[in-house]
Design a protein. Structure first.
Lengths: 205, 259
């Protein structure tokens, strides 16, 4: 079986994700080639930036079709997770439509009753609340801290494996069949994030 | 709930971590990767690497050491110093940094903040603000603070500048309170409170940490997102695991590091 392929969707965190996978001993390739992506044993779609430019880049590189047709395990990270949904409020853009639902902007809230203000972007370490056990989350405990940087998020529904709360709760980890998403940055979430990536690499291709 | 971040800042010169002595003369304190990993293991939430030679000397950040850190580290890190253009920022971000921080170049050409936000998203763009209270009671920004011979006071007030850079697209502000910096008598609570009122994006306090109580006082009195410090961590005066235990015991939300 061929390598784990990281889709080159122009995100600045591409290098960090690749290094994290290399530290886990994975055979990893960075690609924007549709045939190579289709032949991969596993595919990771990282992403930093805006939904519209992310989707535009995938279309420009003619990768939206191959991503839609993948049957092997697919993990979207941060913006990469958001692109798996049907659409995003960010720029009103149509996304890949691999997971039902739409991504919405996080709501900022002023400080009140001694509680700190909710600021957007949601930037920093926050905790996971586990909702469903899943091989992707094996070894990760309820309340584990992971690193988030985002202004948009997917709603909580039956596909949500773990939530996080920033003002309202949102989907922090999602699974729909063989499609997975992490709203946080596993490559920047210390031991917990490395565990999630290691778990993803163990999902049978 | 979002944790309060504890952020050690490491000064870098020629790819090595150095310690400044009263802003002049620097002593080599170790290998950049080794120190980065030591702080990572201690439970630092993020690291800032400040290239102290790049900005005043008009040089660019050497991306070789940025990449060396990115290969080994699994917590976020920010690179400051020497970033004056979108091209400079791209090099540093593509080498693996999560954020870039700009200070003097933003003062010289504020549109740079907008250009960086457009190119990489606001979450990558940190603006460092060096601020000092003048005799009239106003806090104003300083530039070229990396070089004591060239440091200049500007007419712009700190509050105006913080509002302006947010409008341009700054995703985070690091407020370095120069009056308390290096004194180790605590963060400048009053100034941080005032800036917090006008700052809707994450705000990081810098300057003045000397004891664990200073961090507690800061987080109790100002809704800052994080606290940055250098010498107290480098000297070993405060160990991050103990600091976090202490803050946690006092009811402050911090990340517990898992080993």
């Amino acid at each position: 079986m061929s390598a784990t392929v990281l889709v080159d969707a122009g995100g600045a965190n591409l290098g960090s994700v690749r290094y994290a996978l290399e530290r886990l001993g994975a055979d990893v390739r960075v690609s924007r080639d549709a045939a190579e992506i289709a032949a991969a044993s596993r595919v990771i779609l990282p992403g930093v930036g805006a939904a519209a430019s992310g989707m535009a880049l995938l279309r420009e590189r003619d990768l939206n079709k191959v991503l839609r047709e993948l049957t092997q395990p697919l993990l979207g990270i941060c913006l990469g997770m958001q692109l798996l949904y049907e659409g995003s409020e960010e720029g009103g853009v149509e996304c890949l439509g691999l997971i039902p639902g739409s991504v919405r902007k996080l709501a900022a809230e002023p400080a009140r009753d001694g509680k700190p203000a909710i600021r957007v972007p949601h930037m920093g370490w926050n905790t996971l609340q586990l909702r469903q056990s899943d091989p992707l989350l094996e070894g990760i405990g309820d309340g584990a801290h992971v690193y988030f940087v985002h202004s948009y998020a997917a709603p909580v529904d039956e596909r949500t494996l773990a939530t996080c709360q920033h003002g309202s709760p949102f989907a922090a980890v999602v699974r729909s069949g063989n499609r997975y998403g992490a709203q946080f940055h596993p490559e920047r979430s210390s031991t917990v994030g490395m565990r999630l990536l290691a778990n993803f690499l163990k999902i049978p291709a | 709930m979002l944790s309060r971040r504890i952020i050690p800042c490491l000064d870098v010169a020629d790819g090595r971590v150095v310690k400044g002595v009263q802003f002049r003369g620097h002593v080599d304190v170790g290998d950049i990767v080794e120190l980065a990993m030591r702080y990572r293991d201690a439970g630092a939430d993020e690291l800032v690497f400040y290239d102290i030679t790049a900005s005043p000397q008009g040089r660019h950040v050497d991306k070789e050491w940025v990449e060396r850190i990115a290969r080994v580290i699994d917590i976020p890190f920010c690179v400051a110093g020497g970033i004056r253009s979108v091209a400079d920022a791209r090099e540093v971000l593509h080498a693996g940094a999560d954020k870039i921080s700009i200070n003097t170049p933003a003062l010289q050409r504020p549109e740079l903040v907008a250009e960086l936000a457009d190119a990489f998203g606001v979450q990558c763009v940190v603006v460092g603000v060096d601020s000092l209270r003048d005799e009239d009671g106003q806090w104003r920004v300083r530039q070229f603070t990396g070089d004591v011979e060239r440091t200049q006071a500007l007419a712009k007030t700190t509050l105006e500048w913080v509002a302006q850079v947010q409008d341009l697209g700054a995703g985070e502000i690091v407020l370095n309170c120069m009056g308390s910096d290096g004194v180790r008598e605590g963060y400048d609570i009053e100034q941080l409170q005032r800036v917090r009122e006008v700052c809707a994006v994450p705000l990081i306090a810098s300057g003045g940490a000397g004891a664990m109580e200073h961090f507690l006082d800061l987080f109790r009195r100002v809704d800052v997102d994080g606290a940055l410090a250098a010498s107290v961590f480098h000297s070993g005066a405060i160990a991050i695991p103990q600091l976090k235990q202490y803050l946690h015991a006092q009811g402050i939300e911090v990340r517990h590091a898992v080993s």
